[in-house]
Design a protein. Structure first.
Length: 263
């Protein structure tokens, strides 16, 4: 028996047309140009819930805990990898959120995850970088008030890792220097090296940055003693390095600086 639609039969509901998923069409050079152009630097909105931030999730398990240096290195790589991911470019699903963030004040908030918390973080849009037993995930920036509840409950306070001596930086890798005298927590330092990797990418030529991308944005993070820090400042003053100047919202004084340069 066949169903038919006669004059007296009800008109069937039209089948809704699914909304097409945006198809990324941007070239690497277009995405790099966003970082090279710098950031908006707008003042924070009056309502704290409207502040835009990139969550950076650090995997800090109780067993086989990564070293502080290794964790900071993957955090830096994850942040810049998201900023140059094809999904932030033209036609990408993250484009609007990313451009809104880069047009405002650049904020990052690091949080700790382990076990099921880390597994859940993988379900939220973002980019994970893993090197050895060190893992970090940068999430798509957005309103603090809209943060996924699985991430909102994660904390970083009370968690820190001892400073370690990692030895010589990897050959050919960019080096991100941290002023050891500031004695930043691992969460604060993760946000800072995330800023640094973005600035470094923007200061590179497109060709240099694309070459770095082909190596997974691998970088070395090192604590600078007073003499090394003076050398880093000289590189900044000579135009051979760029610097992160902290706004002073947490932990360190306004204007505190992290320099970085190619090894």
């Amino acid at each position: 028996m066949t169903d038919t639609v006669g004059d007296d039969a009800p008109t069937p509901e039209p089948t809704p047309t699914p909304t097409p998923t945006p198809t990324p069409t941007s070239l690497f050079a277009e995405r790099h140009a966003v970082l090279a152009a710098g950031y908006g630097g707008q003042e924070d909105p009056p309502d704290p819930a409207d502040v835009l931030a990139m969550p950076v999730i650090l995997h800090i398990p109780k067993v086989d805990t990564p070293s502080r240096t290794d964790l900071l290195q993957v955090a830096a790589s994850a942040a810049v990898a998201l900023c140059l991911d094809v999904r932030v470019g033209t036609g990408g699903e993250w484009q609007d959120a990313f451009l809104t963030w880069t047009g405002a004040r650049i904020r990052k908030v690091a949080r700790r995850a382990r076990g099921s918390q880390w597994t859940a973080a993988q379900e939220i849009p973002g980019v994970t970088v893993s090197v050895g037993n060190a893992q970090a995930r940068a999430l798509v920036p957005g309103r603090v008030g809209d943060l996924d509840t699985r991430i909102k409950k994660l904390q970083i306070g009370g968690t820190d890792l001892e400073h370690n001596e990692p030895g010589q930086a990897g050959p050919g890798m960019p080096v991100l220097w941290i002023d050891r005298a500031l004695d930043m927590t691992v969460g604060k330092a993760a946000a800072q090296v995330g800023h640094a990797s973005m600035l470094l990418a923007g200061a590179m030529t497109t060709e240099q940055c694309e070459s770095w991308a082909s190596n997974g944005f691998a970088c070395s993070v090192r604590d600078a003693d007073p003499q090394q820090w003076l050398g880093a400042l000289e590189c900044v003053n000579d135009g051979r390095a760029v610097a992160v100047r902290d706004a002073g919202f947490t932990e360190v004084a306004p204007g505190s600086m992290t320099g970085h340069r190619n090894a």
